[in-house]
Design a protein around this ligand. Structure first.
Ligand code: MLT
Length: 302
């Protein structure tokens, strides 16, 4: 009987992949053979000798000490692409929030809850609505930094909306390059992408090479009035540099999936609580893929 320790809430469809006859799956298991988790942070010191594999139900593995575990012979899996559609849809929402007066407009409507006369309300809204006017995405340029599973989906969606898309990925695989629509133009470097984009969406992993990729220096290349979207990882941007760029009115808006204390009080920052992958479908896809990987490894060693 294999024993799987779960961290975080793992979808039932994922857990059902482990056959009840051969697996014991619970959050309070002693001497587990493997872990399955979402965003729980694992530490090297607390790893029991029984653990042979870890499956992260998500794309990033920066909550797992991969190098330390690998030295101990523990295999670490992730689920690339399994939540890509969910993240892509939230990036789209982020672009719309930044370009239309959705949030200020809805906040304003909430101030009218005491009004009882519908005609009076509609007259008032008619006067106010120019304060919430926005602009359209069609015809604007989106720069996609990182053209893997999520970045390439974001690029395709933006094209379908009539946007121009420029991509940059120094580590683009041959397969990923073939999958990219031919209308995605490629920038030779980050600076070139930043200087051409009205919206910039980050889709690179958090690794040493991408730490603070967006900093004071790189932000100098940003086109004035651009919107930066970060649904990848907080470590990719230097938050203080974002504040300086917003203050200088170079960046117009920062939309992110990671609340940072120094950014929260600003009207030009929309921060979400890391919900890019939080859809029923993505949670299922990730958990099912993670469970299949663990089963394959525990039962057959692959
Ligand atoms: C990911 O790395 O794909 C996300 O962090 C997944 C999650 O939110 O659990």
């Amino acid at each position: 009987m294999f024993k799987i320790k779960t961290y975080n809430k793992i979808s039932v469809n994922g857990l059902n992949r482990f056959g009840r006859d051969h697996y014991e799956v619970a959050s309070d298991i002693n001497e587990p053979d493997a872990y399955i988790l979402r965003s729980h942070k694992l530490h090297d010191e607390s790893l029991p000798a029984s653990v042979r594999a870890v499956a992260r139900a998500g794309a990033g593995v920066n909550n797992v000490p991969v190098a330390d575990y690998t030295k101990k012979g523990v295999v670490v899996f992730n689920t690339p692409g399994a939540n890509a559609n969910a993240v892509k849809e939230l990036v789209l929402a982020g672009m719309l929030l930044a370009s239309r007066g959705i949030i200020p407009g809805m906040n304003y409507v909430q101030t009218l809850t005491d009004m009882t006369d519908a005609d009076e309300m509609s007259k008032l809204l008619e006067k106010q609505k120019s304060n919430f006017a926005g602009s359209e995405l069609m015809g604007k340029t989106l720069g996609v930094v990182g053209l893997g599973a999520i970045g390439s989906l974001v690029a395709e969606t933006a094209l379908a909306l009539g946007m121009n898309v420029v991509g940059y990925d120094p580590a683009l695989s041959v397969e990923a390059a073939w999958r990219l629509p031919s209308q995605v133009s490629r920038a030779d470097n980050l600076q070139s992408l930043l200087s051409r984009s009205d919206f910039i969406s980050l889709h690179v992993p958090a690794i040493e090479a991408t730490k603070h990729l967006i900093n004071d220096e790189s932000l100098k290349s940003v086109k004035e009035g651009a919107v930066l979207l970060n649904f990848a990882r907080d470590a990719i941007v230097e938050p203080e540099a974002i504040v300086r760029s917003l203050e200088a009115k170079r960046l117009r808006q920062y939309v992110c999936d990671f609340p940072e204390p120094c950014l929260l009080s600003r009207d030009d920052v929309y921060a979400m609580p890391h919900i890019g992958a939080s859809t029923l479908e993505a949670e299922d896809n990730c958990a099912v893929m993670a469970a299949e990987q663990l089963k394959g490894y525990l039962e057959h060693g692959n």
